[in-house]
Design a protein around this ligand. Structure first.
Ligand code: NAP
Length: 496
């Protein structure tokens, strides 16, 4: 059970502690932040509201710990990560329980998130020892005007302190996708978990504590992003920010100093369906892609662009699959569970009302109880409706009927987002040409958009992000190239 057994140290009374200098601590603020259970809409947990002073201390300790960590052999860093991965998997049940209560993640998906996170950490350790164990040798005589008298050796060195800020929808997985690469590369790590999801993240951090990482190297400060976010992201001690979330990321990128940023932000992933597509495959992917975790995924299918001649058939097939989705509490492992907050539910409802007023066809009756919104497919959506462009982050999916592929590509590219997209067709040549035309970080051919497997590159164009994730890219992003140049007194090949 959460907060008990090996996790008993991380809670005192009914408030979870924060993690600093290798210890679990209460904040001197004396204040806590409640975490509201999306299903009951009642307070479920409380976390510390950390102060700026506490953030300063965490940063100082991280600086000291990082110096020693950077000198720790790579294989030892990898060993500790493997230990943390094993502990995370061993304690998957209590962590998954937090995900069910804090973010209403369906019970089975909650367990999968924790297991996937353990696998991600192990893979990162393996990848790290390979790619950080390699460097380059360059010779000077390949550049005009030079003799072969300089040898340049390059290696990868850590950046220093990485600040990780994940969003509510994958508070464990999107935290470890930042923590693992930062640590294997020799950096210190400060985690600011999302408030909804903070308790799962604190349990996950305890697995790193139990694994035996050096004191101060990893810390986790809790509190509302709106209160401590700016102080953290503009802190002079931070050498890199890895952020996943919404528009907040755009604001952070304007305020952050001259440091590398990894930003994975929102999306409006389009699903283009051509007339020759396998319509059963299309329907299965639209429902899985659009409605898994109630549509609260960055890579959810967020708009269907279907060629008019097959639109009726696609809508019918999708409707019959939606009718089979179970709706209810996450504890019952329902497909559709309450969305994260009441304000999110209100926002989603606003998009639905706008679509109704402008004449969209409702394929199901709109139904909402508290934060629980029944899955809804909106047909005949037009570009003047908000739902055609905005990210609902909920179980509502618009269908726009198009008369040509060009029209679909145009709609996709007119979006301010550019995360992923997908195209369904049996014609691979056409699929590749459409992929090349779509201005998104990834295009899936004959499958819904997806972030995984976690070692694939993952990136968004335009307002969807800066840089690229995926295990290898994240490790590289959290390092800097260091060169050492050997200068020979005379050009090589002049002896013998
Ligand atoms: P969010 O509101 O942007 O919050 C993300 C994180 O930022 C949370 O930890 C939040 O903490 C923190 N935060 C809030 N204000 C801050 C500030 N001023 N400075 C620093 N940090 C601050 O996003 P969300 O609602 O959690 O997640 C949904 C969004 O994430 C969607 O737009 C979705 O598309 C996007 N997303 C993108 C990806 C991707 O890889 N592209 C993956 C998943 C989700 P608090 O919780 O304490 O406010």
């Amino acid at each position: 059970m959460a907060g008990t057994g090996v996790f008993a140290d991380i809670i005192e009374g009914d408030v979870y502690k924060y993690y600093a200098e290798g210890e679990w601590r209460k904040s001197s603020s004396g204040k806590s932040v409640p975490i509201i259970n999306p299903t009951t809409r009642k307070p479920q947990y409380k976390v510390q509201a950390c102060t700026q002073e506490e953030v300063n201390k965490v940063m100082e300790a991280a600086k000291v710990a990082q110096k020693a960590w950077a000198r720790t052999p790579l294989w030892k860093r990898a060993d500790l990560l493997h230990r943390a991965a094993a502990l995370l998997k061993e304690h998957k049940e209590p962590i998954a329980e937090c995900l069910v209560k804090e973010i209403a993640k369906p019970a089975k998906d909650a367990v999968s998130e924790v297991v996937r996170s353990g696998d991600l950490i192990s893979y990162t350790a393996e990848e790290g020892v390979r790619i950080l164990g390699e460097g380059k040798l360059l010779v000077s005589d390949s550049f005009p005007g030079n003799e072969r008298n300089k040898y340049c050796l390059t290696s990868k060195i850590p950046l220093g302190l990485v600040l990780a800020i994940p969003p509510f929808n994958y508070p464990v997985n999107l935290a470890v996708s930042k923590i693992g690469p930062a640590l294997i590369a020799g950096n210190a790590l400060v985690l600011k978990p999302p408030t909804q999801g903070a308790v799962a993240a604190l349990h996950m951090i305890h697995c790193f504590h139990l694994a035996g990482f050096p004191k101060g190297l990893i810390s986790c400060v809790t509190g509302k992003g709106s209160e401590i976010g700016d102080f953290l992201t503009m802190h002079p001690g931070v050498n890199c920010i890895s952020f996943t979330g919404g528009d907040t990321g755009i604001a952070i990128s304007k305020k952050a100093g001259m440091i590398p940023l990894q930003m994975e932000l929102g999306g409006k992933d389009a699903c283009i369906v051509l007339e020759d597509a396998d319509l059963n495959l299309v329907a299965a992917n639209i429902v899985k892609g659009g409605f898994s975790y109630s549509g609260q995924r960055c890579t959810a299918v967020k708009v269907v662009l279907v060629i008019e001649s097959v639109a009726d058939a696609v809508v019918e097939k999708v409707k019959s699959k939606i009718a089979k989705l179970t709706v209810g509490p996450p504890e019952d492992d329902c497909d559709i569970t309450p969305v994260i907050t009441e304000s999110s539910a209100n926002f989603i409802e606003g998009l639905i009302v706008d679509a109704k007023e402008k004449g969209a066809t409702f394929c199901q009756e709109y139904r909402r109880e508290g934060n629980l919104i029944w899955p809804l497919l909106l047909d005949h959506v037009r570009p003047d409706m908000r739902i055609a462009w905005e990210e609902p982050f909920g179980p509502v999916l618009p269908v726009i009927r198009i008369s040509s592929v060009e029209e679909g590509i145009h709609h996709c590219n007119a979006s301010n987002f550019g995360l992923q997209g997908c195209v369904f067709t049996r014609d691979i040549n056409k699929a590749i040409m459409i992929s090349d035309a779509m201005e998104t970080g990834t295009v899936q051919i004959n499958s819904a958009p997806a972030r995984g497997p976690d070692h694939f590159p993952f990136q968004g164009l335009k307002d969807s992000g800066i840089g690229s994730q995926g295990i290898t890219n994240s490790i590289n992003m959290m390092t800097k190239i260091k060169s050492t140049v050997i200068n020979l007194p005379s050009p090589s090949y002049t002896m013998g």
